[in-house]
Design a protein around this ligand. Structure first.
Ligand code: FDA
Length: 411
């Protein structure tokens, strides 16, 4: 990271409060990036977080190895009421920019799957890198500080941030307090409350990238499949993915279901293709002519055996019948149902298990280039607190870096 020194004037009055150019609230992915960029451009930055440990969500991300970006990240990988909003920030700070930063800190990493980049050693490498970048920018970082509120006497005045460590004043405040998932590691709805306090619209939040659950009685036949995984095609609304599905005691999880959960709305069905990329009808009809096999064992060549058995029983299909004795129409019907298995979840595992939240500060309230609230000059929102939600696979961190960078360049 580099830039020009443009520290704003901090010498205005307001006795008692300590003055900075910018106060960033939330020392997670987006807040660390923003503070480092602004600090390195010469701004006097205070970075506050109520947690005592730095960047817990980065630490636990990617199973402890932080899937820190996706080389393919682009606007099409994000959900928002305004899908174009993220375009500007994402194009000005790209996966290549973050990869260059990671390389400059000599952090070893690897590509795991479909452009997803993970640390070889662990997430701590990314936290240490961002912390070092903040130090290089002279950022005053304080952890364990409870923020009681933010006030501004009149438009044009500095903001005063009230905390249990005293009051701090700055012309600019950046809200980087993340989304509601995993309250036990410090997630709060602080950002939404501040937005509402200043009269900004908030798109209601709901859990995303989250396992889906089913009515216990309806799920009973499948509950015994917990732990079984297979690749499927999955669709709901405008979302469609080919990823791994995992059966759980209460429903479905795995990358396929986490991805589709962002598109699912209560009451809607999801559609699962258990045999993606396979012409199941054509293959079953060919097998019928060529072999003496039965339906169940034939399916078990394509699907995990227990899943094939349970699915056929549930579909009331004759697993023990010889293919040669099955009418073509029956085989076509079984194949059709295998490729579009329709299920209606009764809910999700909620904020406790969600990786991110859909919704947040309405993007119509913000400038896409600076992340500043149009109606409240000086107040910026970045990262997950904004109504921009990425797919699973490193996209959410890329949004945190890009939006943090956009605000950091503007303050
Ligand atoms: P983030 O949550 O990182 O930071 C917010 C900060 O604000 C926290 O430090 C919090 O303590 C602080 N804060 C909150 N309220 C406050 C208050 N009132 N006062 C002061 N401070 C306050 N994404 C990805 O791209 N790749 C991955 O591998 C994963 N893996 C993953 C695993 C799990 C289990 C989860 C829950 C999430 C992921 N994610 C992910 C998503 C990713 O972690 C998330 O999108 C980013 O951390 C969001 O960055 P932010 O900076 O916006 O919030």
């Amino acid at each position: 990271m580099s830039g020009r020194g443009t520290g704003a004037d901090v010498a205005r009055g307001n006795a008692g409060a300590r003055a900075f150019d910018a106060i960033v609230i939330g020392a997670g992915a987006a807040g660390l990036m923003c503070a480092a960029v602004a600090g390195q451009r010469g701004a006097r930055v205070l970075l506050l977080d109520h947690a005592t440990k730095l960047a817990e969500k980065i630490r636990i991300s990617g199973g402890g190895r932080c899937n820190f970006t996706n080389v393919n990240a682009g606007p099409a990988n994000y959900l928002s009421q305004n899908p174009h909003f993220c375009r500007s920030a994402l194009s000005r700070y790209t996966p290549a920019d973050f990869i260059a930063l990671v390389k400059s800190h000599r952090i070893p990493f690897h590509e795991k799957h479909r452009g997803q980049l993970f640390c070889d050693r662990g997430s701590e490498d990314i936290i240490a890198m961002l912390d070092a970048e903040c130090r290089a920018g002279g950022v005053d970082r304080r952890m364990g500080v409870k923020v009681a509120g933010i006030r501004r006497e009149a438009a044009g005045d500095d903001f005063v941030v009230e905390t249990d460590a005293g009051e701090f004043r700055a012309a600019r405040v950046v809200i980087a307090t993340g989304g509601p998932p995993i309250p036990k590691i410090g997630a709060t709805d602080f950002g939404h409350r501040i937005a509402r306090q200043f009269g900004l619209k908030v798109v209601e939040s709901r859990p995303a990238l989250v396992p889906l659950t089913f009515d216990a009685r309806e799920w009973q036949p499948f509950a015994g499949l917990a732990g079984i995984a297979c690749e499927v095609g999955i669709g709901c609304g405008e979302g469609h993915f080919v990823e791994d599905l995992l059966f759980t005691h209460r429903g479905l999880s795995g990358p396929a279901v986490l991805q589709i959960s962002s598109y699912w709305r209560p009451g809607e069905p999801i559609s699962i293709d258990l045999l993606p990329g396979r012409d199941a009808a054509g293959e079953l009809l060919a097998l019928k002519r060529e072999s003496a096999r039965r339906l169940g064992p034939s399916l078990a060549e394509w699907l995990p055996r227990r899943l094939a058995d349970v699915w056929l029983e549930h579909a009331r299909a004759p697993a023990d019948r010889k293919l040669a004795e099955c009418p073509d129409a029956l085989l076509r019907d079984v194949a059709g149902r295998l490729s579009s298995w329709s299920l209606v979840p009764n809910g999700s595992e909620g904020w406790r298990k969600a990786e991110v939240g859909l919704g947040g500060i309405d993007t119509r309230e913000l400038s896409q280039s600076t992340m500043e609230a149009r109606r409240v000059p000086g107040l910026h929102f970045i990262g997950e607190v904004v109504d921009v939600t990425g797919w699973l696979g490193g996209y959410n961190f890329q949004w945190a870096w890009a939006s943090g960078h956009a605000a950091g360049m503007a303050i």
